[in-house]
Design a protein around this ligand. Structure first.
Ligand code: MG
Length: 155
């Protein structure tokens, strides 16, 4: 059994779609980034790579590479699942914390879990998502950013 952790934060700006956990949410602001800036999937990818001893997301999908300009993070997750399997691992479970002051995520957690479960070949019970606000504190609390943490075990 191997364990990995991942973390990411992206800035919220007007004029961008808000994509979290592979799901596009209705929001007047979205996350800024080279890809679709899905912080949840970026944290998850880093946790998976970490557990497998395969480095980090920037090594595999550099933001200086035009190949990844505007790419959907779900595509990066699919590539990461392939890397993990090639290295001889299977994903055992995923636990994620999303920190966002807005929008409220409670009603979207199940859809995100389903999306991530289907992409990683897991059962819904093996993918957990916890959503928290930052109690108005710091860049997340002041609605300037959304952050995510992920923990993954691989077998
Ligand atoms: Mg990122």
């Amino acid at each position: 059994m191997r364990i990995g952790i991942g973390n990411d934060i992206h800035r919220l700006v007007a004029g961008r779609a808000l994509v979290l956990g592979g799901i596009e949410l209705a929001s007047p602001v979205g996350l800024l980034g080279h890809s679709d800036a899905d912080v949840v999937i970026h944290a998850l990818i880093d946790a998976m790579l970490g557990a497998a001893g395969l480095g980090d997301i920037g090594e595999h999908f550099p933001d200086t590479d035009p190949t990844y300009q505007g790419i959907r993070s779900t595509e990066l997750l699919t590539k990461t699942v392939e890397l993990i399997r090639t290295a001889g691992f299977t994903v055992n479970n995923i636990d994620i914390i999303i920190m966002a002051q807005e929008p409220k995520l409670a009603s979207h957690k199940r859809a995100m879990r389903q999306r991530l479960a289907e992409m990683t070949g897991l059962d819904l019970t093996q993918v957990n998502i916890k959503a928290k606000t930052a109690e108005g504190l710091g860049p997340v609390g002041e609605r300037q950013a959304i952050a995510a943490w992920a923990a993954v075990t691989l077998a």
